[in-house]
Structures are given as structure tokens and as C-alpha cells.
Design a protein around this ligand. Structure first.
Ligand SMILES: [Zn+2]
Length: 174
């Protein structure tokens, strides 16, 4: 298995976005054990209870770091559990995860976080909508994306700004 692939980056973003605010309520797609196990299994995980617990801990830690609420060093305890073994295949050395099965998804997410930070710092960031709590990974050349998605937040935010402008107030809340 190659590490820090595009698939791993998508897994990382999926994981960070399992705690969105929906209709003003903080939600957690991994809070329910059955739902959390299904989430993990659907992404190639073991689908075990321990795996869900690990994912929730690692998720919270990475979210804090991406939000700037914690130093990256707080991830050391998770990163240092990851074991990689070099494999020579077709004349090239690749890296294979040798982490326990129920820590594999968390390890993939952590390695993706590290790879994005090294290759493209700042491109993984919180959605600009403070009431959203999702994240985005901006792969555009311009690197100016502000919203987790235009459909979820961009359009809504613009509509609200327009509404506030036309009413001549900025105190209204949608
Ligand atoms: Zn958003």
C-alpha cells in the first residue's frame, strides 16, 4: 500500500468533516458506534469499536491543529505509533503501513495531513463560515477557496450578506 495518496487525502478530509454543524446543531457522524463502524468499514478500515475510538481521538487532535488551536506537536503521540516498512517493487522503494488494523485509517489520515503540510502548507483549512465546522483542502492553482463547498456555505453566506446589505443591517442571523 502506498501512503499519503490522493485517496488518503480524501479520507483525511472526510474524517475532519464528520463533525459538521447542521441546522445550528453540532453533529458527530462517528458518535453512534454502529454508524462509526460502518463509516470506517466503508473506507477500508477494520470497522471495530477500537478503531472508531482511535479515529475520534485523532480527528479531534488534527482538527485542533488545522484550526490553529493546538501545536502540531500534539500529534506526536499518534504519529509515533505509525510503523512503515520499505518495500522494493518494480525497482522502486515504496512504503507499506505496518500499523495494527484498527489504527490503519487513523495512520493514513495522519500521514496525509503530514504530506499536505509539507507539500502545500495552508491548503488544508477550516471553512470560512464560522457556523459550519467543516474543513476544505484547496487544490486550486489560485488557492483562494474559502468554503467547504459553495453549495453548503458559499452560496448561503453570499445570500445572507446580500440580505443584510439590502436591509441595511448586519445584526441579522440566518
Ligand atoms: Zn462550510
Amino acid at each position: 500500500m502506498d501512503v499519503a495518496t490522493r485517496e488518503d487525502e480524501d479520507l483525511l478530509l472526510d474524517l475532519l468533516n464528520t463533525t459538521p454543524v447542521v441546522d445550528g446543531e453540532h453533529t458527530d457522524e462517528l458518535a453512534d458506534l454502529a454508524a462509526g463502524r460502518a463509516w470506517a468499514a466503508a473506507r477500508g478500515g477494520a470497522g471495530s469499536a477500537g478503531e472508531v475510538a482511535t479515529l475520534r481521538r485523532v480527528r479531534a487532535a488534527i482538527q485542533d491543529v488545522v484550526r490553529g488551536a493546538a501545536d502540531a506537536q500534539t500529534l506526536a503521540e499518534y504519529v509515533e505509533r505509525i510503523a512503515l516498512r520499505p518495500r522494493l517493487r518494480d525497482g522502486a522503494v515504496g512504503w507499506e503501513l505496518r500499523t495494527p488494523a484498527d489504527e490503519t485509517l487513523a495512520a493514513r489520515a495522519l500521514l496525509a495531513w503530514a504530506a499536505i503540510g509539507e507539500r502545500a502548507p495552508g491548503r488544508l483549512r477550516p471553512c470560512a463560515n464560522p457556523e459550519c465546522c467543516r474543513f476544505l483542502h484547496d487544490r486550486s492553482n489560485a488557492n483562494t477557496a474559502r468554503w467547504c463547498s459553495m453549495a453548503l456555505c458559499g452560496n448561503r453566506f453570499k445570500a445572507r450578506r446580500h440580505y443584510q446589505r439590502t436591509r441595511g443591517t448586519d445584526s441579522g442571523r440566518a
